[in-house]
Design a protein around this ligand. Structure first.
Ligand code: ATP
Length: 355
């Protein structure tokens, strides 16, 4: 296990015209489970391949603890990598596929058997060990591929690139908690690439959010949810994502149109801002007293466990997540309250203050 340190690491596929990964300095700490989360095309796979050595970065240096590995090929980095599409020896049995990385490294036979049985039991593959890989469905093949990445105990890091895409959704929940169990057991440094926030939030000690080739925020799941440092994080995490309403700071007070919605808690120069508040925290109040703002109800989604009340503040949509079975009606005017300490202010998409 090692700290993986990136010093000014970036990668361009077109000679520096555009950056798939913008030069970054960042450390992945030993034994932590990370999710690398971001939308399609934001640079997740490129970053993972830089760490594993499949790609040599255009700029910067990579260190595993104090050892520089920038020019070291994958085989010399002691990394286990699992790809989105299973890479298996189709004619081999599940057992032999799982044992392969260990036999390759001349691990004693007994130890191989112990590890293969341990991993296969955890991943629910124990009854399939004799089956040829090509006779498994795509989901099971992906699980075998995952198992092969996890079978070695002494790797510097395990890198997983969307390892559960074709697995049945119900099984995914089980496998993620198994993966957590395996991680607790082995203490691998684990980096799990996904564009799915549920996958990231349920699995990781720390979620690293990547957008447009740059890390915009990293933290524990609750921190990203409760305290987004960037508008992108507010939108990308949460379902539905954070509401954003243009506003103005005037004399320490935040105004939406003519309405005063709260006081700024920090020294913030006057001027335009964007208010960010999650649907979970928007309160619809009876009392039409300041601070707050009038909003027209445009529709209600009855989700069973909760209601989503859609409103317009001026021309800006704001959703409130309320208890189920509310009696709000479309085309009526309600009053919204944005609670202090759950409402943030953004300038140029970056958080600059709070109510
Ligand atoms: P996805 O979730 O869709 O796999 P990603 O977040 O993993 O996306 P990358 O695959 O790393 O993103 O791609 C980042 C950017 O680099 C994208 O704009 C992509 O088109 C570009 N890119 C990726 N691989 C290559 C390549 N071999 N040649 C040129 N451009 C590439």
């Amino acid at each position: 296990m090692a700290d993986i340190r990136l010093e000014g690491v970036g990668h361009s596929y077109d000679g520096g015209r555009t950056w798939a990964v913008k030069p970054m300095t960042w450390t992945w700490h030993s034994s932590r489970a990370y999710a690398l989360l971001g939308p399609s095309g934001c640079g997740k796979t490129t970053l993972l391949n830089i760490i594993s050595g499949l790609i040599t970065p255009s700029v910067g240096q990579i260190f595993f603890d104090d050892r520089e590995v920038t020019g070291v090929p994958t085989a010399g980095r002691n990394i286990a990598q699992v790809f989105q599409f299973p890479v298996l020896y189709e004619e081999m049995s599940v057992y032999d596929n799982l044992a392969f990385p260990l036999r390759n490294r001349k691990v004693p036979k007994q130890e191989i058997d112990r590890r293969v049985r341990q991993v296969s039991e955890l991943l629910g593959l124990d009854h399939l060990l004799r089956r040829r890989s090509r006779r498994l469905d795509a989901g099971r093949q992906q699980i075998v591929s995952l198992g092969r990445g996890l079978v070695r105990a002494e790797v510097a890091a395990v890198l997983l690139d969307e390892p559960l895409t074709v697995v049945d959704p119900a099984l995914k929940w089980t496998l993620r908690s198994k993966l957590k169990e395996i991680h607790r057991d082995t203490g691998h440094t684990l980096i799990y690439v996904t564009h799915d926030q549920t996958e990231a939030l349920t699995f990781a000690d720390e979620v690293v959010v990547l957008n447009d080739g740059a890390i915009v925020q990293a933290g524990e799941p609750a921190e990203l949810f409760l305290s987004p440092a960037h508008e992108f994080v507010g939108h990308f995490i949460g379902s539905p994502g954070m509401n954003v309403v243009p506003a103005e700071v005037v004399g320490g007070v935040v105004r939406v149109g003519q309405s005063d919605v709260g006081a700024v808690t920090n020294e913030l120069p006057p001027g335009p801002v964007r208010i960010g508040v999650r649907p979970e925290f928007v309160r619809i109040t009876e009392a039409r007293t300041s601070p707050g703002v009038a909003a027209k109800v445009t529709g209600i989604d009855r989700m069973g466990a909760y209601d989503l009340v859609h409103t317009l503040v001026g021309e800006h949509p704001v959703i409130a997540k309320t208890e189920a079975g509310t009696s709000y009606q479309p085309d009526t005017v309600e009053f919204l309250h944005f609670p202090a300490d759950r409402t943030f202010l953004f300038r140029d998409e970056v958080r600059c203050g709070a109510l």
